[in-house]
Design a protein around this ligand. Structure first.
Ligand SMILES: *Cc1c(COP(=O)(O)O)cnc(C)c1O
Length: 385
């Protein structure tokens, strides 16, 4: 089956739920056993709310279909999905390789809590490709990727990194939030685990926190075991919202692909813009990798404006009517956010000049978004004159 069909049908079991199209929200802690024999047999699918219900199974099955995974584990946030995955592979005295473009809270966990447990986090150039092999040590527990990076948008050569990892028996995991699992299939390229902040494109409406951990056959029991030991389960209403969002994800993402490229092309031609970081643009350094490995682009990309004057930047951003300023992305609405990636890396330098901004393009008509930004650039230019 094609993805659009999977997203519509996977994980649905209407006739196990009185014909309801959507699996209802099972609110359960206690799950009752009808008899002692049933309790003793231990072969029931659902035994306790924390370990899963039909509501969670529905989303797990749908994400597994989307990511072509053996099994999926859900987490109460994207970051919880990241940390559960890292905890599934590390050992005291171990070593983890993470891309220097890693989502900052992932980096804080690796250099914070993991360090406290005696695990060394080492960061590598996102463009390292098969050069990663030189960094692999006998105690390397995991290689962590994120492609593209969610502030700086470098594309990683995932197959090259996976090949080096496999040669040394090192497992690999990737933060696949940007593609929604819709435009990129890391597990088909040999990555062991694909993590998503489902908060972003799967939920898709900026109203629930959720994480997904899609695993191949070797990784699934490890991740499931860590998840069960930690008890970090997602709430049923949020899981329901995740499933509900997932059903319409294909139409949203295809539109956001188009809208994002339109906005990136428009920004590229603005005199105030030094650089646009969007892998679907032919001049982007990651374009060839994107074309080879991805089938589309989400609505999130970066650009650099030739202005470091905060007051002038404020004049531009504060007056925008259609772009909200705030963390997260993947919803139906547009966002814009300044960042300073130079403070978030150690293996490489970010020297883009100006101010780095991140844009999330929603489902609005791009003509209106362009009008809003045109007025914003006018305010920026008058404020700095
Ligand atoms: C937002 C985000 C996360 C964390 O997700 P939360 O649901 O906010 O915890 C992880 N990785 C990336 C790339 C993200 O953008």
């Amino acid at each position: 089956m094609k993805d659009d069909t999977k997203l519509t049908h996977a994980g649905r079991h209407p006739h196990e739920n009185h014909g309801a199209v959507n699996t209802p929200v099972y609110h359960a802690s206690t799950i009752l056993f009808p008899t002692l024999a049933d309790f003793d047999s231990r072969d029931r699918k659902y035994v306790y709310g924390r370990k899963g219900t039909p509501t969670t199974s529905t989303l797990e099955e749908a994400v597994s279909a989307l990511e072509q995974a053996h099994g999926t584990v859900l987490a109460p946030s994207g970051l919880a999905a990241v940390t559960t995955t890292l905890m599934s592979f590390v050992q005291a005295g171990g070593h983890v390789l993470l891309t220097d473009s890693t989502y900052f809270p992932t980096r804080k966990f690796a250099s914070g809590l993991l360090a406290r447990l005696g695990i060394e986090a080492e960061y590598y150039d996102p463009l390292i490709g098969n050069g990663i092999e030189a960094l692999i040590r006998p105690n390397t527990n995991l290689i962590w990727m994120e492609s593209p990076g969610s502030l700086t948008f470098e594309m990683q050569d995932v197959p090259a990194i996976v090949a080096a990892a496999k040669k040394h028996g090192v497992p690999t995991a990737i933060d696949n939030t940007w593609s929604g699992g819709y435009f990129f299939k890391p597990l088909t390229l040999g990555v062991d685990v694909s993590v998503q902040a489902a908060t972003k494109y799967i939920v898709g409406h900026s109203d629930a926190m959720l994480g997904t951990i899609a695993c191949n056959q070797a990784a699934y029991p490890k991740v499931l075991d860590t998840f069960l030991q930690q008890g970090n389960c997602a709430g049923p209403d949020d899981v329901y919202l995740g499933t509900r969002g997932l059903r319409t994800m294909a139409v949203r993402m295809n539109r956001q692909h188009e809208n994002g490229i339109k906005m990136a092309e428009w920004l590229r031609d603005r005199p105030e813009v030094i650089r646009v970081m969007h892998p679907a643009l032919p001049e982007d350094p990651g374009h060839e990798i994107w074309k080879r490995d991805f089938t589309g682009a989400s609505g999130l990309f970066g650009f650099v404006v030739d202005c470091t004057d905060r007051a002038a930047l404020g004049a531009m951003l504060d007056g925008l009517a259609l772009f909200g300023m705030g963390a997260s992305w993947g919803g139906y609405e547009s966002l814009i956010l300044p960042s300073d990636p130079s403070k978030m890396r150690s293996a490489t330098k970010w020297e883009a000049g100006g101010t780095t901004l991140r844009m999330h393009v929603g489902l609005e008509d791009t003509a209106d978004l362009i009008d809003d930004l045109t007025a914003g650039f006018d305010r920026l230019n008058s404020a700095r004159r």
